[in-house]
Design a protein around this ligand. Structure first.
Ligand code: NMX
Ligand code: MLT
Length: 437
């Protein structure tokens, strides 16, 4: 019996009623004015999505259902007092809006371990049909799409389903998909980088600990890192590219596999999740060009300026919403300072943090000169032996499933309709603002 599902519908039904009521009574209320600048700059600041799982403050960073990352580290269940919170607990919090206890988290770990046993063989066949040189995100996303043959939602929709029940097969599909992603990701990792020497899941382990295990890492510290990585990348409210894309495609009542796959296509872009891999290439080139992993401040300054002069971005820095150092960067630095303060890559990350914000500020155009989550995540993974940069975005993707798929369940609970904003041509905008050539 899945009591989480019962809790979800008990909480979800009244909230869905509220959404309907608000829309009926206040549908014509003006909540915001939009400028042409906002439209032309990627809709920044335009409130157009209803998302309950998390909220991003430009200065403070992300809060998941009201809890900051330091608060989550304190309040979510852990396997040991000095460990990191379990992602299962964050999923529970985002889904139900309340903190879980140890039993709730155990229930999810067990449920996901069980669901992960039924991955269809053709998902692995699809991966195997691709060249090993195909980027892990191509292999990952191909497997996600291949698994949509198993979609509860698609089957139920074809059979004829009451609109009010959409959330139910969506929940089942989301639970299946989340449970299976670590197995798929570890399979791709071992296929490409470890001679196809696969490691079976250990159903007694937690979701993130099992991922580390299946990738071939048995130390408790790597498992802790994986739990932390899976928690901090899970959600960043509704407007980021992976969440927005998942939500948009889901609004056509596409099943969770199609919807999440859309989100993963967005995550694979260099301005979004692929930035973590690009940071490592940027650091590697710096070390290769300078012949040291311990450059002077002046050398870092010159290298960063050369990147800007070449018309490129400095990966891992800047953000569309944040205006301070990303707390996800800060917590990873905290982890590194606790366990591996002397790791050369961590020292290099700190040196860059000392230099790059000033350089970006001096450009006069970068709105946020501070590091984001990607500025350190790869260096941390690499320092622990996960040195293969191309898998970093895929690991981001495994984590991001927790947030965007929870959002998708709530989209169906709320009964949100197909999304269809209005577009206009350039003539319309010119006329609107009275622009003359
Ligand atoms: N290095 C150089 N230039 C930058 C950077 C950067 N890190 N960040 C912003 N700019 C430029 C940007 O390209 C734009 O230039 P132009 O006017 O010539 O087109 C100008 O500054 C204004 O951009 P912003 O409004 O500050 O940033 P925007 O909201 O458009 O983009 C990012 C946000 C995150 C895409 C941007 O800061 C960036 O490209 N950062 C590097 C890539 C990165 O780290 N992405 C990861 C984001 C987090 N994640 O995981 O998804
Ligand atoms: C994210 O985690 O999605 C990124 O920081 C990008 C964003 O929030 O826009």
């Amino acid at each position: 019996m899945d009591y989480i599902k019962d809790k979800l519908i008990t909480k979800g039904r009244p909230q869905a009623e509220t959404v309907k009521k608000i829309q009926k009574e206040y549908g014509d209320s003006i909540i915001q004015e939009t400028t042409l600048g906002q439209v032309f700059s990627g809709m920044k600041g335009v409130v157009s999505l209803l998302t309950c799982t998390s909220k991003l403050d430009p200065d403070e960073g992300i809060r998941f259902r009201g809890y900051s990352i330091p608060e989550l580290r304190e309040k979510l269940p852990k396997l040991s007092e000095d460990g990191e919170p379990l992602p299962e607990g964050l999923f529970y919090l985002m889904l139900l809006g309340e903190l879980p206890n140890d039993e709730d988290v155990k229930f999810l770990s067990d449920s996901w371990a069980k669901r992960a046993q039924d991955i269809p063989q053709h998902a692995f066949d699809v991966i195997n049909a691709l060249p090993k040189s195909a980027h892990p995100m191509i292999q990952f996303n191909s497997a996600i799409l291949a698994m949509s043959t198993e979609s509860h939602f698609r089957r139920a929709y074809l059979a004829g389903m009451d609109k009010r029940d959409y959330w139910d097969p969506m929940y089942e599909g989301v639970m299946d998909l989340i449970s299976r992603l670590p197995v798929i990701a570890a399979y791709i990792y071992r296929r490409v980088f470890h001679d196809e020497k696969y490691i079976d899941p250990d159903p007694s382990l937690d979701w993130a600990g099992n991922l580390a295990h299946m990738m071939g890492f048995e130390s408790e510290e790597v498992r802790r890192l994986m739990r932390l990585y899976m928690v901090i990348h899970a959600d960043h409210e509704g407007g980021n590219v992976s969440a927005h894309a998942t939500h948009l495609v889901g609004s056509a009542l596409s099943n969770p596999y199609y919807s999440f796959s859309a989100g993963m296509n967005g995550l694979a872009g260099p301005l979004h999740g692929m930035a973590n891999q690009n940071v490592m290439h940027w650091l590697q080139r710096l070390m290769d060009e300078l012949g040291t992993d311990n450059p002077t401040t002046e050398q870092v300054r010159e290298y960063a300026n050369a990147t800007l002069d070449a018309g490129r971005v400095i990966p891992g820095y800047g953000h569309a919403v944040l205006r301070k150092t990303d707390p996800r960067f800060a917590v990873q630095l905290d982890f590194a300072n606790k366990y591996i303060p002397e790791a050369p890559l961590i020292k290099l990350v700190k040196k860059i943090y000392d230099v790059v914000p000033d350089i970006l500020s001096e450009t006069g155009k970068v709105k946020n000169p501070w590091p984001n989550v990607d500025a350190i995540s790869g260096s941390l993974l690499s320092s622990y032996g996960i040195t293969e940069y191309p898998v970093y975005t895929m690991l981001f993707g495994v984590s991001r499933a927790l947030g965007v798929l929870t959002q998708l369940i709530w989209d169906r609970l709320y009964g949100l309709p197909i999304e269809r904003p209005k577009s206009q041509n350039l003539e319309w905008f010119k006329e609107k603002v009275g622009f003359k050539e």
